[in-house]
Design a protein around this ligand. Structure first.
Ligand code: AR6
Length: 179
């Protein structure tokens, strides 16, 4: 699925973030930036050890912030590492932190002339954020940013499983209708 926002595009695909050829891919990291499972493990495995070396002096990265490294052996030239909130009950600032994590990643992209980037569904794996709510925050934050920042040409969400893809699709349809 693809929608236009002014001159830019938001795309949803099912797939593996490490295979993307966008200028940057976004890592769902943790504050230590020292690797982990899920997206984080897959990116370090596919990108090789240089990414970890570059991460060391950039840690810690508090929830909501983002850091930039090269892409090592990945097709993407850059990796934006961001840390989403661990979901407790939705009353511990989780929505604001998740929004901040998308926004910080986009701002870092703008600053470094990154034109296209691919996001995973931040916080909805090990960090247990409910996907419906996370999808709404992810898509509305990105949509709002693109309206103001035409320098970003493409934001692609790379969803790993059918269920997550379908929820993002439904949410994007609802948000587009509501515009
Ligand atoms: N490509 C795209 N999406 C993926 C991939 C992949 N290769 N692998 C998993 N997903 P998670 P979080 C999906 O747990 O919730 C790490 O250990 C996955 O199915 O990667 O932000 C870090 O070090 C889910 O939908 O990120 C942190 O400690 C989504 O990506 C912690 O996990 C996010 O799942 C961060 O947890």
């Amino acid at each position: 699925m693809r929608i236009a926002i002014k001159g830019s595009a938001v795309e949803l695909i099912k797939g593996d973030i490490t295979a993307q050829e966008t200028d940057a891919i976004v890592n769902a990291a943790n504050t230590t930036l020292s690797g982990g499972g899920g997206v984080d493990g897959a990116i370090h495995k596919a990108g090789g050890p240089s990414i970890m070396e570059e991460c060391k002096p950039l840690a810690p990265c508090p929830a909501g912030e983002a850091r930039l490294t090269g892409g090592g052996q990945l097709k993407a030239k850059h990796v934006i590492h961001t840390v989403g909130p661990v979901y407790k009950d939705g009353r511990h600032n989780e929505p604001r932190l998740l929004e901040k994590s998308y926004r910080s990643s986009l701002e870092l992209a703008s600053k470094h002339r990154i034109r296209s980037l691919a996001f995973p569904s931040i916080s909805t794996g090990a960090y247990r954020y409910p996907v419906e709510e996370a999808a709404r925050i992810a898509l509305s934050t990105v949509g709002g940013y693109l309206v103001q920042h035409p320098e970003i040409e493409l934001v692609r969400f790379v969803l790993f499983d059918d269920k997550t893809y379908k929820i993002y699709q439904r949410t994007l349809e609802e948000l587009s209708v509501g515009e």
